[in-house]
Design a protein around this ligand. Structure first.
Ligand SMILES: Nc1ncnc2c1ncn2[C@@H]1O[C@H](COP(=O)(O)OP(=O)(O)O)[C@@H](O)[C@H]1O
Ligand SMILES: [Mg+2]
Length: 302
């Protein structure tokens, strides 16, 4: 699944291939101010596996959503965004970011019971290991948003929720408190903004890292995209049932219906049918459109 834009990055050395992102540095220029070219690909990962089908324009859509959020939230947090001065081949889907020493935890914030949370809650009365009051229904808004730190797994393994105690022991009390506070502040504000655009931001996750030049913690990674969040339509929202989710939901649902593939088997998922690819793309486009108010137009069509 080589994407065409790779050919336009001949002057760049690949530093890391993630499930959906690729990170590059300029070749031969040494440490150019420690800036990284972060490229969002059209790959999609569910159950910690990359599916062998590309979602056309997904990298560009998610990058544009992420940038839109950074603009909305600029007063609330310092981010890794350095510039948009990127090679033409990846324009729209890439950013220049300060290289951070990433804190190896996802900072998840959950505002509503999603499907995954409901399974754990029904079994154990907890979500991310945290006790919740009884009687909560699917998709119900939680009394308060929950902060759930999750240790990032090795490639191919899931992130594992940990207690706030374990989190604080791993990253230090001060850092743990700062990340909790920032995550909840960002989520609350973003939830309000999403609501004013007709969307329910049910949950999301952030990654932070240390800018070693100045010693500060900055928000890294992608921000409140359909890859890192669950979005529902406010107009359809009915607590008590599951919601249509404007993210990777259709891919996950389709894979679970495939008898020959088992999420726990560590094997490659099968390619997606064209209809699942097209409908998933439509859901990402809808989130872009509802948030920004602009119709989606990929750079390749301009
Ligand atoms: N500013 C940054 N500096 C260094 N690494 C970053 C920065 N922002 C995000 N990252 C890292 O880039 C990677 C993006 O890859 P991704 O495809 O999301 O893989 P995964 O989430 O499976 O690790 C993540 O490991 C993330 O921690
Ligand atoms: Mg990631």
């Amino acid at each position: 699944m080589r994407e065409a834009w790779r050919a336009g990055l001949s002057g760049w050395a690949m530093v890391r291939v993630g499930k959906t992102w690729e990170i590059y540095r300029p070749v031969g220029l040494g440490r150019t101010g420690d800036h990284l070219l972060m490229v969002s690909t059209d790959r999609l990962a569910v159950f910690d596996r990359v599916v062998p089908s590309l979602i056309l324009d997904k990298g560009e859509i998610t990058t544009q959503i992420s940038l839109w959020w950074l603009k909305q939230l600029s007063g609330l947090v310092t981010t890794h965004l350095a510039s948009m001065d990127v090679p033409e081949a990846v324009a729209g889907r890439a950013i220049m970011a300060r290289a951070l020493r990433m804190i190896p935890f996802q900072c998840q914030v959950m505002g509503y019971m999603n499907q995954g949370a409901m399974w754990e809650y029904r079994e154990a009365g907890t979500v991310g290991g945290q006790a919740l009051p009884g009687g909560l229904h699917p998709s119900e808004r939680l009394p308060e948003p929950l902060f759930i730190p999750a240790r990032k797994g090795r490639p191919g393994t899931p992130d594992v929720p940990v207690s706030e105690r374990t989190f604080a022991d791993a990253v230090g009390e001060g850092t743990a408190a700062a990340l909790r506070d920032s995550s909840l502040r960002l989520y609350r504000r973003a939830h309000e903004i999403a609501a004013s655009h007709g969307l329910v931001l049910a949950d999301t996750k952030f990654e932070f890292g240390v800018n070693e030049e100045v010693g500060d913690i900055e928000l890294g990674d992608e921000v409140m995209t359909p890859d890192s969040s669950h979005f529902w339509l406010a107009s359809e929202y009915r607590p008590g049932t599951s919601q249509r989710s404007f993210d990777k939901e259709l891919v996950g649902n389709w894979l679970m219906e495939q008898p020959e593939w088992d999420a726990g088997s560590f094997t490659q998922p099968p390619p997606l049918p064209a209809s699942v690819v097209a409908l998933t793309r439509e859901r990402y486009v809808t989130v872009y459109h509802m948030l920004t108010g602009c119709p989606w137009q990929p750079r390749r069509a301009r």
